[in-house]
Design a protein around this ligand. Sequence first.
Ligand code: HEC
Length: 318
Amino acid sequence: MFRGLILAILVISLCACERIAVLATPKKEPIPSCTALAATAENQFWSTLHSGNYQTISEADRLLTAAYLENPNDPKIAAHLGFLHIWKITERAREKPIPPTIVNEIILSKKYFKDAVLLDPSDPRFLGFLGDSQLAEGKIFHDERQEVHGYFTVKRAIRSWPQFNYFTGGYAMSVLPANSKHFQEGLKWQWKTMDLCAHDEVDRAHPSFKPYMKLETRQGWDRACWNSWIAPYNFEGFFLNMGDMLVKNGDWKTGIKIYRNAKLAKNYSAWPYRELLEKRIQDARQNVSEFRKETISTPEHTILFNSGYGCVACHQAG
Ligand code: HEC
């Protein structure tokens, strides 16, 4: 009894001791990079993403990792390493065959997004992607607590930048079974994104985005609704995914109306994934069962997230 008490006091004081020691230690502070290596790595990162060049991710990874080792306090480099690794696993359908070691990409992306959030807590895009990587890691390794953790990280990110993170959070949930609670919530979040971007409640039966095209902007939080240098076909990609989620939900008729919104973008005719969207308009009805399959098939018959083009559909410039 007495020995138990001493042990308990010892354990409590050790825990408190660790917490105090951690709090007394300065946290990692942000320092921007200004070397030639960092500039080369950043250029390589953007040109790889904008050319949709999945095959050369490892070269961009090598340069960015070297730049991060040179200055492990740069939030942008940390975030871009996170994006690179999550790109690699998201578009894994391009690997033939997909190696089991692909799961290591999610571990790495979570590590780098965590660093990025620590170094720059003011960028809600990093927090949203940290949440997505926690969700994915929890799902892959059957750690439900980690999934719950990821869900609440996503919710926090949504509060900070809803136009961006309702999409980002809900997109990751598009892979879940159509009848699951979180798939349904992810679909609701796409409607929320649309409402926020329209500054209106979009008519659910006739969801044309045409009346709202005049709101296009490159400034402020609403810029996440439109195309930009960062995401040249964001508008098209958003409606491609939302149409896919509606089709997977069995509502293929509304799915077609949503797909058609992509055509309202000024640069639609130059979009590299235009044909993927047009095929989906034709095959919407048959795709209900195709999109519900857990396995990855051809890009035409797999939801955008798992199609092999889940990042570049919005980010590839041409
Ligand atoms: C529906 C379109 C869409 C999809 C799909 C998408 N993104 Fe984005 N992405 C965006 C938008 C919009 C932004 C915000 C642009 C801004 O900040 O102005 C963004 C921001 C980014 C940034 C910019 C970070 C920075 O430092 O400025 C990177 C990198 C990125 N996304 C990578 C990815 C990766 C990797 C994937 C796949 C896992 C992905 N995106 C999927 C639309 C998309």
